[in-house]
Design a protein around this ligand. Structure first.
Ligand code: UDX
Length: 425
């Protein structure tokens, strides 16, 4: 396994759990020291126990040296492909260096399997790069579909496996690696490199489209008085549509959906497909506008200005059950309120440390009640289940003004209104 970020660590643990002998590499020495001591460098329910179990059984170990991994039969490349600064394209430097480092060292027949999310055409380029060094190593692409907070389940019981291969041998080898999962009934879709690469971005773009679509309908609901939650419920009963990812609110963030949709936009634009590019671009535009709308509703609740007001933000992670704050809609609104002159205090059950690292200018509080003290408005921006249980009567005792902005439709409005709160969602 090359790359011990979120994806690589989950996959390394998952492959060891399937019974394989796994060695995982990262160039970050601190990360490797932590993982070798069975400490996860991020929050992920259930993964820590499996890490410990597989390290202790000897099936999983970690290294910083490419020489140590050169003898493997299969190499999974799981490095990050963040958005390139100043562009919509993905930054491929880590993928390119992983393939180059491997290709220089491999002398025995092996398969290098890309799992990172990449623009279409990358696998072909990596195959050419590897062939320049050795003819005995093949390249395959096997995109991941991990959701943060459900990494164990998504690794061991994935909804599907996708193999982009150029030879029956590579397909056979991937089927052997995943045998227990395939025997459990997991569907396998086999195609060429470009197809496998596009499956991943298409899946994320479609999920993003569902979210932006329901948020577009939410805007029409706000203007007409219709109830978007009822609409989502009714749409969801149609099996062709489905209820998942029709959750209206502050929209999507995280390390995947935003960057993947931008990379797909850049791809469509490069191909000269102007209409397609416009469609994909608008999904991102609608999504970002939800953050601005939440900020504006907060300002209305505060009587027209954030200046000198005290704002309590509940939630910092980009979604519940993770400590990941990359492109977090919650933090974006918190920072906007801070920049508009408010004193902002944030509480999150697990993401406060990661949030503080990126935004030390904001205040953080260890409990909801501490964060809410003397607040002029409470903004619930990440729907941790704990927040749904907050007692509006108890909270009334600590705030200055009973204003609730529910950015995720996570609360029961009647409960808050009957306790004297002005509730907006
Ligand atoms: C996503 C994909 O689901 C996963 O398959 C892929 O491998 C990586 O990207 P992840 O980024 O972990 O996973 O989060 P996901 O659960 O998909 O949520 C993405 C964002 O959409 C979050 O910010 C979430 O709050 C938001 N969202 C989700 C909504 O706003 N409404 C919804 O109805 C669902």
């Amino acid at each position: 396994m090359i790359g011990c970020g979120y994806l690589g660590t989950s996959h390394a643990v998952g492959m060891a759990q399937l019974g394989h002998d796994v060695i995982a590499l990262d160039i970050d020495e601190d990360k490797i020291a932590a993982l070798s001591a069975c400490e996860l460098p991020f929050y992920e329910p259930g993964l820590g126990e499996l890490l410990r179990k597989n390290v202790e059984s000897g099936r999983l170990r970690f290294t910083t040296s490419y020489d140590e991994i050169a003898g493997a039969d299969v190499h999974f490349v799981c490095v990050g492909t963040p958005q390139l600064a100043g562009s919509f394209n993905a930054d491929l430097r880590w993928v390119e260096s992983a393939f180059a480092e491997l290709a220089r060292r491999l002398t025995e027949p092996a398969v290098i399997v890309g799992r990172s999310t990449v623009p279409v055409g990358t696998a072909r380029r990596m195959a050419d790069l590897v062939r320049g060094h050795t003819g005995r190593v093949e390249v395959a692409w096997n995109p991941e579909f991990l959701r943060e907070g459900r990494a164990v389940e998504d690794t061991l019981q994935p909804a599907r496996l996708v193999f982009g291969v150029e030879s029956p041998q590579a397909e056979r080898l991937l089927r052997a690696v995943y045998r227990p999962i395939i025997e459990d009934g997991c569907p396998v879709v086999v195609g060429d490199y470009a197809t496998a690469e596009l499956v991943k971005v298409s899946a994320n773009a479609f999920l993003a489209t569902k979210i932006s679509f329901i948020n577009a309908i939410a805007q029409i609901c706000e203007a007409t008085g219709a109830d978007v939650l009822r609409i989502a419920e009714a749409l969801g009963h149609d099996v062709r549509i489905g209820r998942d990812f029709l959750g209206p609110g502050l929209g999507f963030g995280g390390g995947c959906l935003p960057k993947d949709i931008r990379a797909l936009y850049a791809c469509a634009a490069d191909l000269g497909l102007a209409d397609v590019a416009t469609l994909i671009r608008q999904i991102d535009v609608v999504n970002t506008s939800r953050r601005e709308r939440a900020f504006a509703v907060g300002r209305e609740l505060l009587g027209g200005s954030y200046a000198e007001k005290r704002v309590c933000v509940l939630g910092a992670a980009f979604k519940p059950n993770t400590d990941d704050v990359r492109d977090s809609p919650a933090l974006a609104v918190a920072v906007a309120a801070h920049e508009a002159g408010a004193r902002v205090v944030v509480h999150d059950p697990v993401a406060m440390e990661s949030a503080r690292r990126v935004h030390p200018e904001i205040e953080y509080a260890d409990t909801v009640l501490m964060a809410a003290r003397d607040a002029d408005v409470i903004m619930l921006l990440t729907e941790w289940t704990d927040f749904a249980d907050i007692d509006p009567v108890q909270l009334s005792g600590v705030v200055r003004c009973r204003n609730m902005l529910d950015g995720r439709n996570a609360l029961t409005p009647e409960r808050w209104r009957s306790a004297g709160w002005t509730y907006r969602a």
